[in-house]
Design a protein around this ligand. Sequence first.
Ligand SMILES: [Zn+2]
Length: 458
Amino acid sequence: MDFLQRLSLFLDRPLFPWKKLILGFSIGHYLFESFLTLRQYQVLQRTKPPAVLAKEISQETFDKSQAYGRAKARFEIASGLWAQIQNFAFVQLDVLPALWSLTGAWLLRWAPARFSGEISHSIVFVMAFIVIQQLLNLPTRIYNTFVLEERFGFNKQTPALFVTDMIKTNLLTAVIMPPILAGFLKIIQKTGNQFVFYLWVFAAGLQLFTTTAYPIFIQPIFNKLSPLDEGELKKKVEQLAASHKFPLQELFVIDGSKRSAHSNAYFYGLPWKKHIVIYDTLIEKTETSEIIAILAHELGHWKLGHTTRLFGIAQVHLLYVFSLFSVFINNASLYSAFGFHAQHPIVIGFILFSDALSPMDTVIKLLLNVLSRKFEFEADDFAKRLGFRSELAASLIKLHAQNLSTMDADWMYASYHFSHPHLSERLKALDWKPQQALTSEKDKDKEGVAKASGRDEL
Ligand SMILES: [Zn+2]
């Protein structure tokens, strides 16, 4: 008997208090994250910027960024508490089994008999589950967009766009989710104990397909991509790509300004055919040389194999998830603790299993962020070696100021949450010496700085 089988027998104990354990995980996780947020809150109350930024960031911008950070921290604690209350009620009131029998009854009543199997039932169940979750989370989403982001000048979404986005997303889910879920369940039904390998191949194929199909079929539903105009920027990007044999196929500008003034640039595509997408907001607010420095950083991620390595890690992670799922899929004590005594629907098993696995997710998140920060330093260093040191530093400072991104952080909070090193660390690594304030002519005639969503994804 192999290890996984032994583990699965070991974990299937009648009357094992799965409910208590999973609730305990969830509460523990919330307390842990809130503890980190409170630590970060102390840092967000400092009144002076870190020394390395003293000359670049005005007191006013710093104060605003601290206030924005504090508002987000309070929001995190409150929305986390709301999620805990929901989760607790779901578990205590046995919402999962109730919804499972309700959706089963709907199918019996409304659908032709051939749709009464587990697959159709699971699809209707998941759809209903998504709708319920969405309704419950609507207040927090509305608050985040129209109160919090709005207050700091980041929100560009109108209520109409918010609603149409939501409708579009749901329609899209209704089209995409059923075949994927059906494939997932069919594979498990057909291959029995061997499902791990087949599911893994299915998931990897799905990822490749999404990478290709997303920009062509899905992104245009939400945003407009247009080819970058001829000019200095285009010429310089092409030169940069050519000098590193980057397989650049097409250069696009995306209308990110439709939702938020958040600025960004990224690559996508298959290994031999890449596209570069630049946000209109980035072009509007940044000098050409700084955009090139940002793209040099991105190119570093590609050249240093970060993209490939992250794809590899994602595959190993999937294999780990599916292997452990095979341990839980027949765990009768887990199903019955949550009110599934006679039936053991696979999709329910997967939901419960994900909850049971959540403490491991915390550890994985921490490790992935450690790796991601290492990659960011390496990509910065790549751009620096290409001679973009001061342009990169300037663009980082500018974007952080515009985004009101957190400029300093508690080390514990940062280790766990940050996929990117914070600004002071990056400037230190770039050997940046505090200089005169970096305000270009381009910025001076703009009122206010807060024009982007608090993200930076360089
Ligand atoms: Zn990066």
